[in-house]
Design a protein around this ligand. Sequence first.
Ligand SMILES: *[C@@H]1O[C@H](CO)[C@@H](O)[C@H](O)[C@H]1NC(C)=O
Length: 521
Amino acid sequence: MKWLILLSLIYYLSDVEGLKVLVCFPLPVKSLSILGQGAVRHLMEAGHDVTYITVYPLKLQAKNFRQIDISSNVALVAKDETLTMGYVLNHKLERNHPYQIQEFAQEAVRMTLNHENVKKLLEDPNVHFDVIITDLMESEVYTGLAVLYNCPMVWLYSMGAHWQVLRMIDVASNPAYDPDYLSPNMPPFTFAQRVEELWSRIYWQYLKTFYTQPEERRIYEAVFGPLMAKRGRALPDYEDVMYNASLVFANEHDATRNRLSTPQNFKYIGGFHIEEPVKPLPKDLQELIDNSKHGVIYFSMGSFLKSNSLPRKLVMELLQMFGELKQTVIWKFEDNSLQDVPKNVHIVNWAPQPSILAHPNVRMFISHGGQLSSLEAIHFGKPVIGVPVFFDQFTNIFKAERNGYALRVPLSHNLPKDLKPAITTMLTDDRYAKKAKELSALYHDRLTKPGPALVYWVEHVVRTRGAPHLRSPALHVPLYQRLYLDLLAIILTIVSTFMLLLMKICKKKTNVKRNDRKKTN
Ligand SMILES: *[C@@H]1O[C@H](CO)[C@@H](O)[C@H](O)[C@H]1NC(C)=O
Protein backbone atom coordinates (compact mmCIF):
# COMPACT_ATOMS: atom_id res chain seq x y z
CA MET A 1 0.00 0.00 0.00
CA LYS A 2 2.80 2.36 1.01
CA TRP A 3 4.57 1.58 -2.24
CA LEU A 4 1.44 2.18 -4.20
CA ILE A 5 0.98 5.62 -2.65
CA LEU A 6 4.62 6.44 -3.22
CA LEU A 7 4.43 5.30 -6.83
CA SER A 8 1.28 7.25 -7.54
CA LEU A 9 2.85 10.27 -5.85
CA ILE A 10 5.89 9.96 -8.08
CA TYR A 11 3.60 9.54 -11.05
CA TYR A 12 1.60 12.61 -10.09
CA LEU A 13 4.72 14.71 -9.56
CA SER A 14 6.35 13.50 -12.74
CA ASP A 15 3.24 14.64 -14.51
CA VAL A 16 4.42 18.21 -14.07
CA GLU A 17 8.07 17.85 -13.23
CA GLY A 18 10.44 17.82 -16.15
CA LEU A 19 7.99 19.36 -18.60
CA LYS A 20 9.22 19.92 -22.10
CA VAL A 21 8.73 23.61 -22.74
CA LEU A 22 9.31 25.51 -25.97
CA VAL A 23 10.07 29.19 -25.32
CA CYS A 24 10.02 31.31 -28.47
CA PHE A 25 11.23 34.93 -28.66
CA PRO A 26 11.63 35.65 -32.37
CA LEU A 27 11.85 39.47 -32.49
CA PRO A 28 15.27 41.12 -32.82
CA VAL A 29 14.65 43.35 -29.79
CA LYS A 30 17.05 42.92 -26.89
CA SER A 31 14.63 43.88 -24.16
CA LEU A 32 12.17 41.22 -25.32
CA SER A 33 14.93 38.65 -25.15
CA ILE A 34 15.55 39.67 -21.53
CA LEU A 35 12.00 38.51 -20.87
CA GLY A 36 12.61 35.27 -22.75
CA GLN A 37 15.74 34.71 -20.74
CA GLY A 38 13.81 35.30 -17.51
CA ALA A 39 11.22 32.68 -18.45
CA VAL A 40 13.97 30.20 -19.38
CA ARG A 41 15.78 30.79 -16.09
CA HIS A 42 12.70 30.25 -13.90
CA LEU A 43 11.56 27.17 -15.80
CA MET A 44 14.99 25.55 -15.68
CA GLU A 45 15.36 26.29 -11.97
CA ALA A 46 12.07 24.46 -11.48
CA GLY A 47 13.58 21.42 -13.20
CA HIS A 48 11.90 21.71 -16.58
CA ASP A 49 13.37 20.92 -19.94
CA VAL A 50 13.61 24.08 -22.03
CA THR A 51 14.09 24.62 -25.75
CA TYR A 52 14.66 28.29 -26.47
CA ILE A 53 14.25 29.89 -29.90
CA THR A 54 16.21 33.12 -29.62
CA VAL A 55 17.82 35.95 -31.55
CA TYR A 56 20.32 36.50 -28.70
CA PRO A 57 21.74 33.07 -27.75
CA LEU A 58 22.73 32.55 -24.11
CA LYS A 59 26.11 31.30 -23.02
CA LEU A 60 24.52 28.48 -21.15
CA GLN A 61 25.13 24.76 -21.33
CA ALA A 62 22.92 22.39 -19.40
CA LYS A 63 21.42 18.99 -19.83
CA ASN A 64 17.87 20.34 -19.71
CA PHE A 65 18.53 23.22 -22.11
CA ARG A 66 18.56 23.40 -25.89
CA GLN A 67 18.96 26.54 -27.89
CA ILE A 68 17.73 27.32 -31.41
CA ASP A 69 19.84 30.16 -32.73
CA ILE A 70 18.03 32.62 -35.00
CA SER A 71 20.48 35.48 -34.52
CA SER A 72 20.34 36.25 -38.24
CA ASN A 73 16.96 37.89 -37.52
CA VAL A 74 18.87 41.00 -36.39
CA ALA A 75 19.13 41.85 -40.10
CA LEU A 76 15.55 43.03 -39.73
CA VAL A 77 16.54 46.05 -37.64
CA ALA A 78 20.21 46.47 -38.47
CA LYS A 79 19.72 48.87 -41.34
CA ASP A 80 16.55 50.63 -40.21
CA GLU A 81 17.67 54.14 -39.36
CA THR A 82 14.10 55.21 -38.47
CA LEU A 83 14.56 53.24 -35.25
CA THR A 84 17.32 55.49 -33.92
CA MET A 85 17.18 58.49 -31.60
CA GLY A 86 18.94 60.64 -34.16
CA TYR A 87 16.14 60.02 -36.67
CA VAL A 88 13.35 60.67 -34.18
CA LEU A 89 15.12 63.85 -33.06
CA ASN A 90 15.03 65.29 -36.57
CA HIS A 91 11.70 63.98 -37.77
CA LYS A 92 9.47 64.58 -34.77
CA LEU A 93 7.88 61.16 -34.84
CA GLU A 94 4.83 61.51 -32.61
CA ARG A 95 3.27 58.13 -33.04
CA ASN A 96 4.41 54.97 -34.81
CA HIS A 97 2.34 53.88 -37.75
CA PRO A 98 0.43 50.71 -36.83
CA TYR A 99 0.98 49.11 -40.23
CA GLN A 100 4.72 49.54 -39.90
CA ILE A 101 4.65 47.50 -36.67
CA GLN A 102 2.32 44.83 -38.06
CA GLU A 103 4.59 44.42 -41.07
CA PHE A 104 7.68 44.29 -38.87
CA ALA A 105 6.18 41.48 -36.78
CA GLN A 106 5.13 39.63 -39.92
CA GLU A 107 8.56 39.86 -41.50
CA ALA A 108 9.98 38.41 -38.26
CA VAL A 109 7.48 35.53 -38.55
CA ARG A 110 8.62 34.84 -42.09
CA MET A 111 12.30 34.92 -41.15
CA THR A 112 11.82 32.79 -38.06
CA LEU A 113 9.65 30.03 -39.49
CA ASN A 114 11.82 29.76 -42.60
CA HIS A 115 15.04 29.75 -40.60
CA GLU A 116 17.08 26.62 -41.19
CA ASN A 117 17.50 25.90 -37.47
CA VAL A 118 13.80 26.31 -36.76
CA LYS A 119 12.85 24.17 -39.75
CA LYS A 120 15.13 21.44 -38.50
CA LEU A 121 13.41 21.50 -35.12
CA LEU A 122 9.89 21.52 -36.55
CA GLU A 123 10.60 18.73 -39.03
CA ASP A 124 12.03 16.39 -36.41
CA PRO A 125 9.26 13.85 -35.67
CA ASN A 126 10.90 12.81 -32.39
CA VAL A 127 10.52 16.22 -30.77
CA HIS A 128 7.57 16.78 -28.45
CA PHE A 129 6.54 19.65 -26.21
CA ASP A 130 4.10 19.87 -23.31
CA VAL A 131 3.53 23.60 -23.63
CA ILE A 132 4.55 26.53 -25.84
CA ILE A 133 5.41 29.98 -24.46
CA THR A 134 5.77 32.65 -27.12
CA ASP A 135 6.25 36.37 -27.13
CA LEU A 136 3.10 38.02 -28.46
CA MET A 137 3.72 41.14 -30.48
CA GLU A 138 1.32 42.02 -33.28
CA SER A 139 1.36 38.54 -34.81
CA GLU A 140 -0.32 35.29 -33.84
CA VAL A 141 1.10 32.88 -36.43
CA TYR A 142 3.20 31.15 -33.75
CA THR A 143 -0.04 29.64 -32.54
CA GLY A 144 0.78 27.01 -35.20
CA LEU A 145 3.45 25.66 -32.83
CA ALA A 146 0.78 24.63 -30.33
CA VAL A 147 -1.16 23.01 -33.16
CA LEU A 148 1.88 21.10 -34.39
CA TYR A 149 2.83 19.80 -30.95
CA ASN A 150 -0.78 19.34 -29.91
CA CYS A 151 -0.25 21.14 -26.62
CA PRO A 152 -1.44 24.28 -24.81
CA MET A 153 -0.37 27.76 -25.91
CA VAL A 154 0.74 30.49 -23.50
CA TRP A 155 1.39 34.03 -24.72
CA LEU A 156 3.94 36.15 -22.91
CA TYR A 157 3.04 39.78 -23.51
CA SER A 158 5.81 42.30 -22.95
CA MET A 159 3.39 45.05 -21.93
CA GLY A 160 0.43 45.29 -19.58
CA ALA A 161 -3.29 44.70 -19.98
CA HIS A 162 -4.26 46.20 -23.28
CA TRP A 163 -7.02 45.71 -25.84
CA GLN A 164 -4.74 44.06 -28.42
CA VAL A 165 -3.88 41.20 -26.11
CA LEU A 166 -7.22 40.99 -24.32
CA ARG A 167 -9.01 40.41 -27.63
CA MET A 168 -7.04 37.14 -27.93
CA ILE A 169 -8.63 35.55 -24.84
CA ASP A 170 -11.60 37.73 -23.94
CA VAL A 171 -12.92 40.89 -25.59
CA ALA A 172 -11.07 44.01 -26.62
CA SER A 173 -11.44 46.55 -23.83
CA ASN A 174 -13.33 49.78 -24.43
CA PRO A 175 -11.40 52.54 -26.24
CA ALA A 176 -13.18 55.11 -24.07
CA TYR A 177 -10.75 54.34 -21.25
CA ASP A 178 -8.08 52.05 -22.76
CA PRO A 179 -5.60 53.97 -24.92
CA ASP A 180 -3.57 52.34 -27.65
CA TYR A 181 -0.03 51.53 -26.57
CA LEU A 182 1.22 53.90 -29.26
CA SER A 183 -1.05 56.66 -28.05
CA PRO A 184 -0.01 59.91 -26.39
CA ASN A 185 -3.41 60.09 -24.64
CA MET A 186 -4.09 59.19 -21.03
CA PRO A 187 -7.55 58.60 -19.56
CA PRO A 188 -9.78 60.32 -18.60
CA PHE A 189 -10.07 61.40 -22.23
CA THR A 190 -11.53 64.56 -23.69
CA PHE A 191 -14.19 64.06 -26.33
CA ALA A 192 -11.67 64.51 -29.15
CA GLN A 193 -9.23 62.01 -27.58
CA ARG A 194 -12.01 59.48 -27.12
CA VAL A 195 -12.87 59.76 -30.80
CA GLU A 196 -9.18 59.53 -31.71
CA GLU A 197 -8.80 56.32 -29.71
CA LEU A 198 -11.88 54.79 -31.33
CA TRP A 199 -10.61 55.76 -34.75
CA SER A 200 -7.12 54.32 -34.19
CA ARG A 201 -8.75 51.07 -33.03
CA ILE A 202 -10.91 50.88 -36.16
CA TYR A 203 -7.93 51.69 -38.36
CA TRP A 204 -5.75 49.02 -36.72
CA GLN A 205 -8.50 46.44 -37.12
CA TYR A 206 -9.00 47.42 -40.74
CA LEU A 207 -5.30 46.94 -41.50
CA LYS A 208 -5.20 43.67 -39.62
CA THR A 209 -8.33 42.25 -41.24
CA PHE A 210 -7.66 43.21 -44.82
CA TYR A 211 -3.88 43.27 -45.11
CA THR A 212 -2.02 41.50 -42.32
CA GLN A 213 -4.23 38.62 -41.28
CA PRO A 214 -4.82 37.14 -44.76
CA GLU A 215 -1.05 37.01 -45.22
CA GLU A 216 -0.61 35.46 -41.75
CA ARG A 217 -3.15 32.80 -42.61
CA ARG A 218 -1.20 32.08 -45.78
CA ILE A 219 2.06 31.70 -43.84
CA TYR A 220 0.32 29.50 -41.23
CA GLU A 221 -1.02 27.20 -43.93
CA ALA A 222 2.19 27.12 -45.95
CA VAL A 223 4.41 26.32 -42.96
CA PHE A 224 2.25 24.14 -40.75
CA GLY A 225 0.13 22.43 -43.43
CA PRO A 226 2.91 20.18 -44.78
CA LEU A 227 4.30 19.55 -41.27
CA MET A 228 0.90 18.38 -40.07
CA ALA A 229 0.32 16.28 -43.20
CA LYS A 230 3.62 14.49 -42.52
CA ARG A 231 2.30 13.59 -39.09
CA GLY A 232 -0.97 12.44 -40.60
CA ARG A 233 -3.09 15.17 -39.08
CA ALA A 234 -5.29 17.81 -40.66
CA LEU A 235 -4.49 21.48 -40.14
CA PRO A 236 -7.30 23.23 -38.21
CA ASP A 237 -8.57 26.58 -39.48
CA TYR A 238 -6.36 29.54 -38.55
CA GLU A 239 -9.04 31.49 -36.75
CA ASP A 240 -10.02 28.47 -34.66
CA VAL A 241 -6.55 28.22 -33.21
CA MET A 242 -5.59 31.87 -33.14
CA TYR A 243 -8.00 32.52 -30.29
CA ASN A 244 -7.23 29.27 -28.50
CA ALA A 245 -4.46 30.28 -26.08
CA SER A 246 -4.75 28.90 -22.57
CA LEU A 247 -3.15 31.77 -20.76
CA VAL A 248 -1.59 35.20 -21.21
CA PHE A 249 1.23 36.46 -19.02
CA ALA A 250 1.48 40.23 -18.79
CA ASN A 251 4.56 42.17 -17.89
CA GLU A 252 2.96 44.63 -15.48
CA HIS A 253 1.98 45.02 -11.88
CA ASP A 254 -0.88 46.60 -9.91
CA ALA A 255 1.48 49.27 -8.58
CA THR A 256 1.37 51.02 -11.96
CA ARG A 257 -2.37 51.58 -11.33
CA ASN A 258 -5.26 52.22 -13.68
CA ARG A 259 -5.22 48.60 -14.75
CA LEU A 260 -8.02 47.26 -16.87
CA SER A 261 -10.20 44.44 -15.61
CA THR A 262 -9.00 41.19 -17.12
CA PRO A 263 -10.19 37.57 -17.50
CA GLN A 264 -9.08 34.72 -15.23
CA ASN A 265 -6.47 33.41 -17.64
CA PHE A 266 -4.64 36.74 -17.72
CA LYS A 267 -1.79 36.72 -15.21
CA TYR A 268 0.40 39.59 -14.13
CA ILE A 269 4.00 38.56 -13.67
CA GLY A 270 5.67 41.96 -14.07
CA GLY A 271 9.21 41.99 -12.66
CA PHE A 272 9.89 38.27 -13.19
CA HIS A 273 12.91 39.14 -15.35
CA ILE A 274 14.72 40.77 -12.40
CA GLU A 275 17.06 38.36 -10.65
CA GLU A 276 16.84 38.29 -6.88
CA PRO A 277 19.10 38.94 -5.15
CA VAL A 278 20.71 41.11 -7.83
CA LYS A 279 24.16 40.16 -9.05
CA PRO A 280 26.98 42.01 -7.26
CA LEU A 281 28.30 45.09 -9.07
CA PRO A 282 31.65 44.94 -10.85
CA LYS A 283 34.35 46.18 -8.48
CA ASP A 284 34.99 49.53 -10.20
CA LEU A 285 31.31 50.48 -10.28
CA GLN A 286 30.79 49.33 -6.69
CA GLU A 287 33.63 51.59 -5.50
CA LEU A 288 32.50 54.48 -7.68
CA ILE A 289 28.93 54.40 -6.35
CA ASP A 290 29.97 53.70 -2.74
CA ASN A 291 32.26 56.72 -2.77
CA SER A 292 29.86 59.21 -4.40
CA LYS A 293 29.12 61.56 -1.50
CA HIS A 294 26.36 63.42 -3.29
CA GLY A 295 24.79 60.37 -4.83
CA VAL A 296 24.61 59.01 -8.35
CA ILE A 297 22.49 59.83 -11.38
CA TYR A 298 22.09 56.86 -13.69
CA PHE A 299 21.39 57.64 -17.36
CA SER A 300 20.49 54.93 -19.85
CA MET A 301 18.25 54.90 -22.90
CA GLY A 302 17.86 51.12 -22.85
CA SER A 303 19.30 48.38 -24.99
CA PHE A 304 17.57 49.22 -28.27
CA LEU A 305 18.26 52.94 -28.64
CA LYS A 306 21.91 53.65 -29.17
CA SER A 307 23.11 56.94 -27.69
CA ASN A 308 25.69 57.27 -30.44
CA SER A 309 22.99 58.08 -33.00
CA LEU A 310 22.65 61.42 -31.18
CA PRO A 311 24.31 64.44 -32.85
CA ARG A 312 27.80 65.15 -31.52
CA LYS A 313 26.90 68.71 -30.47
CA LEU A 314 24.05 67.45 -28.31
CA VAL A 315 26.30 64.86 -26.69
CA MET A 316 28.93 67.50 -25.86
CA GLU A 317 26.29 69.80 -24.37
CA LEU A 318 24.95 66.93 -22.27
CA LEU A 319 28.46 66.17 -21.01
CA GLN A 320 29.00 69.82 -20.11
CA MET A 321 25.69 70.01 -18.26
CA PHE A 322 26.44 66.81 -16.33
CA GLY A 323 29.88 68.21 -15.53
CA GLU A 324 28.28 71.11 -13.65
CA LEU A 325 26.60 68.71 -11.19
CA LYS A 326 27.96 67.63 -7.80
CA GLN A 327 26.63 64.12 -8.32
CA THR A 328 28.35 61.28 -10.11
CA VAL A 329 26.70 60.53 -13.46
CA ILE A 330 26.84 57.02 -14.88
CA TRP A 331 25.95 57.20 -18.55
CA LYS A 332 25.43 54.09 -20.64
CA PHE A 333 26.85 55.20 -23.97
CA GLU A 334 27.97 52.75 -26.63
CA ASP A 335 30.96 54.68 -27.87
CA ASN A 336 34.47 55.05 -26.49
CA SER A 337 35.49 58.01 -28.62
CA LEU A 338 34.23 60.70 -26.23
CA GLN A 339 36.88 63.21 -25.25
CA ASP A 340 37.04 65.76 -22.43
CA VAL A 341 34.64 63.76 -20.30
CA PRO A 342 34.12 65.67 -17.00
CA LYS A 343 35.53 64.05 -13.86
CA ASN A 344 32.16 63.25 -12.32
CA VAL A 345 30.84 61.54 -15.48
CA HIS A 346 31.46 57.85 -15.90
CA ILE A 347 30.79 56.33 -19.34
CA VAL A 348 29.96 52.63 -19.58
CA ASN A 349 29.27 50.67 -22.78
CA TRP A 350 27.12 48.23 -20.95
CA ALA A 351 25.48 48.59 -17.56
CA PRO A 352 24.33 45.98 -15.05
CA GLN A 353 21.16 48.04 -14.67
CA PRO A 354 19.35 46.15 -11.88
CA SER A 355 22.52 46.06 -9.77
CA ILE A 356 23.05 49.80 -10.25
CA LEU A 357 19.44 50.69 -9.46
CA ALA A 358 19.56 48.49 -6.36
CA HIS A 359 22.31 50.65 -4.82
CA PRO A 360 20.97 53.09 -2.19
CA ASN A 361 23.33 55.83 -3.41
CA VAL A 362 21.61 56.00 -6.79
CA ARG A 363 19.23 58.96 -6.56
CA MET A 364 17.49 58.98 -9.92
CA PHE A 365 17.17 57.19 -13.22
CA ILE A 366 17.14 59.12 -16.49
CA SER A 367 15.39 56.68 -18.80
CA HIS A 368 13.63 56.30 -22.15
CA GLY A 369 10.76 54.67 -20.28
CA GLY A 370 10.84 51.22 -21.85
CA GLN A 371 8.65 48.69 -20.07
CA LEU A 372 11.54 46.82 -18.45
CA SER A 373 13.29 49.97 -17.23
CA SER A 374 9.96 51.26 -15.89
CA LEU A 375 9.39 48.04 -13.95
CA GLU A 376 12.94 48.11 -12.63
CA ALA A 377 12.50 51.70 -11.43
CA ILE A 378 9.47 50.59 -9.39
CA HIS A 379 11.14 47.38 -8.24
CA PHE A 380 14.07 49.33 -6.79
CA GLY A 381 12.03 52.41 -5.84
CA LYS A 382 13.90 55.03 -7.87
CA PRO A 383 12.39 58.25 -9.24
CA VAL A 384 12.59 58.71 -13.01
CA ILE A 385 13.26 61.46 -15.49
CA GLY A 386 11.67 60.14 -18.65
CA VAL A 387 12.80 60.98 -22.18
CA PRO A 388 10.41 58.85 -24.26
CA VAL A 389 11.35 58.22 -27.90
CA PHE A 390 8.77 55.87 -29.42
CA PHE A 391 6.60 52.80 -29.05
CA ASP A 392 5.03 52.37 -25.57
CA GLN A 393 7.57 54.68 -23.94
CA PHE A 394 5.24 57.68 -23.96
CA THR A 395 2.44 55.77 -22.24
CA ASN A 396 4.85 54.39 -19.65
CA ILE A 397 6.26 57.81 -18.80
CA PHE A 398 2.82 59.44 -18.72
CA LYS A 399 1.77 56.78 -16.23
CA ALA A 400 4.89 57.28 -14.12
CA GLU A 401 4.31 61.03 -14.17
CA ARG A 402 0.74 60.58 -13.06
CA ASN A 403 1.86 58.21 -10.33
CA GLY A 404 4.02 61.01 -8.99
CA TYR A 405 7.51 59.57 -9.22
CA ALA A 406 8.59 60.87 -12.63
CA LEU A 407 9.20 64.02 -14.65
CA ARG A 408 9.06 64.07 -18.42
CA VAL A 409 11.51 65.85 -20.70
CA PRO A 410 11.00 65.80 -24.47
CA LEU A 411 13.69 64.46 -26.78
CA SER A 412 14.82 67.54 -28.70
CA HIS A 413 17.92 69.53 -29.57
CA ASN A 414 17.18 71.38 -26.33
CA LEU A 415 17.56 68.24 -24.23
CA PRO A 416 20.54 69.45 -22.13
CA LYS A 417 18.77 72.74 -21.26
CA ASP A 418 15.50 70.95 -20.44
CA LEU A 419 17.12 68.18 -18.42
CA LYS A 420 18.95 70.53 -16.05
CA PRO A 421 15.89 71.96 -14.23
CA ALA A 422 14.32 68.48 -14.07
CA ILE A 423 17.44 67.12 -12.38
CA THR A 424 17.49 70.06 -9.97
CA THR A 425 13.83 69.48 -9.08
CA MET A 426 14.48 65.78 -8.46
CA LEU A 427 17.45 66.59 -6.23
CA THR A 428 15.70 69.22 -4.14
CA ASP A 429 12.13 67.93 -3.94
CA ASP A 430 12.04 64.57 -2.18
CA ARG A 431 8.38 63.92 -3.03
CA TYR A 432 9.41 61.99 -6.14
CA ALA A 433 11.77 59.67 -4.29
CA LYS A 434 9.17 59.14 -1.55
CA LYS A 435 6.51 58.27 -4.09
CA ALA A 436 8.87 55.82 -5.84
CA LYS A 437 9.53 54.11 -2.49
CA GLU A 438 5.82 53.97 -1.75
CA LEU A 439 5.00 52.33 -5.08
CA SER A 440 7.92 49.98 -4.66
CA ALA A 441 6.52 48.80 -1.33
CA LEU A 442 3.16 48.24 -3.02
CA TYR A 443 4.86 46.31 -5.81
CA HIS A 444 6.72 44.01 -3.42
CA ASP A 445 3.67 43.34 -1.25
CA ARG A 446 2.35 40.28 -3.03
CA LEU A 447 1.39 36.69 -2.35
CA THR A 448 3.98 35.12 -4.65
CA LYS A 449 7.00 36.47 -6.42
CA PRO A 450 6.47 36.73 -10.18
CA GLY A 451 9.01 34.02 -11.16
CA PRO A 452 7.41 31.21 -9.12
CA ALA A 453 4.00 32.48 -10.29
CA LEU A 454 5.09 32.03 -13.92
CA VAL A 455 6.25 28.47 -13.22
CA TYR A 456 3.10 27.62 -11.28
CA TRP A 457 0.75 28.80 -14.03
CA VAL A 458 2.68 27.01 -16.77
CA GLU A 459 2.49 23.78 -14.77
CA HIS A 460 -1.18 24.41 -14.00
CA VAL A 461 -1.97 24.81 -17.70
CA VAL A 462 -0.28 21.50 -18.53
CA ARG A 463 -1.77 19.70 -15.53
CA THR A 464 -5.28 20.77 -16.52
CA ARG A 465 -4.76 20.15 -20.26
CA GLY A 466 -5.03 23.71 -21.41
CA ALA A 467 -6.93 25.13 -18.42
CA PRO A 468 -10.34 25.27 -20.13
CA HIS A 469 -11.89 26.28 -16.77
CA LEU A 470 -10.10 29.64 -16.92
CA ARG A 471 -11.44 30.69 -20.30
CA SER A 472 -13.70 33.68 -20.68
CA PRO A 473 -17.22 33.07 -21.97
CA ALA A 474 -17.02 36.38 -23.83
CA LEU A 475 -14.41 35.12 -26.30
CA HIS A 476 -16.85 33.45 -28.64
CA VAL A 477 -19.64 36.00 -28.47
CA PRO A 478 -19.49 38.14 -31.61
CA LEU A 479 -19.52 41.91 -31.34
CA TYR A 480 -23.05 42.29 -32.75
CA GLN A 481 -24.38 40.01 -30.02
CA ARG A 482 -22.46 41.79 -27.28
CA LEU A 483 -23.85 45.12 -28.43
CA TYR A 484 -27.32 43.53 -28.91
CA LEU A 485 -27.34 44.83 -32.47
CA ASP A 486 -29.62 41.93 -33.47
CA LEU A 487 -32.17 42.97 -30.87
CA LEU A 488 -31.85 46.56 -32.01
CA ALA A 489 -32.45 45.43 -35.59
CA ILE A 490 -35.60 43.54 -34.56
CA ILE A 491 -36.94 46.51 -32.58
CA LEU A 492 -36.21 48.90 -35.43
CA THR A 493 -37.93 46.58 -37.91
CA ILE A 494 -41.03 46.25 -35.74
CA VAL A 495 -41.22 49.97 -35.04
CA SER A 496 -40.68 50.95 -38.67
CA THR A 497 -43.22 48.37 -39.91
CA PHE A 498 -45.71 49.68 -37.39
CA MET A 499 -45.07 53.29 -38.45
CA LEU A 500 -45.40 52.36 -42.11
CA LEU A 501 -48.70 50.64 -41.46
CA LEU A 502 -49.91 53.59 -39.44
CA MET A 503 -48.97 55.99 -42.22
CA LYS A 504 -50.78 53.86 -44.81
CA ILE A 505 -53.95 53.70 -42.69
CA CYS A 506 -53.87 57.47 -42.10
CA LYS A 507 -53.43 58.10 -45.83
CA LYS A 508 -56.36 55.84 -46.65
CA LYS A 509 -58.56 57.64 -44.10
CA THR A 510 -57.70 61.08 -45.42
CA ASN A 511 -58.28 59.83 -48.96
CA VAL A 512 -61.68 58.45 -47.95
CA LYS A 513 -62.54 61.78 -46.29
CA ARG A 514 -61.42 63.69 -49.36
CA ASN A 515 -63.50 61.44 -51.59
CA ASP A 516 -66.48 61.93 -49.28
CA ARG A 517 -66.05 65.70 -49.48
CA LYS A 518 -65.83 65.53 -53.28
CA LYS A 519 -69.04 63.50 -53.41
CA THR A 520 -70.99 65.97 -51.23
CA ASN A 521 -69.64 68.79 -53.36
C1 LIG B 1 -7.45 24.44 -28.19
O1 LIG B 1 -6.68 24.22 -27.02
C2 LIG B 1 -7.01 23.05 -26.29
C3 LIG B 1 -6.16 23.05 -25.03
O2 LIG B 1 -4.83 23.23 -25.28
C4 LIG B 1 -6.80 21.83 -27.16
O3 LIG B 1 -7.18 20.68 -26.44
C5 LIG B 1 -7.62 21.96 -28.43
O4 LIG B 1 -7.34 20.89 -29.30
C6 LIG B 1 -7.29 23.27 -29.14
N1 LIG B 1 -8.17 23.47 -30.28
C7 LIG B 1 -7.74 23.53 -31.54
C8 LIG B 1 -8.75 23.77 -32.60
O5 LIG B 1 -6.56 23.44 -31.81
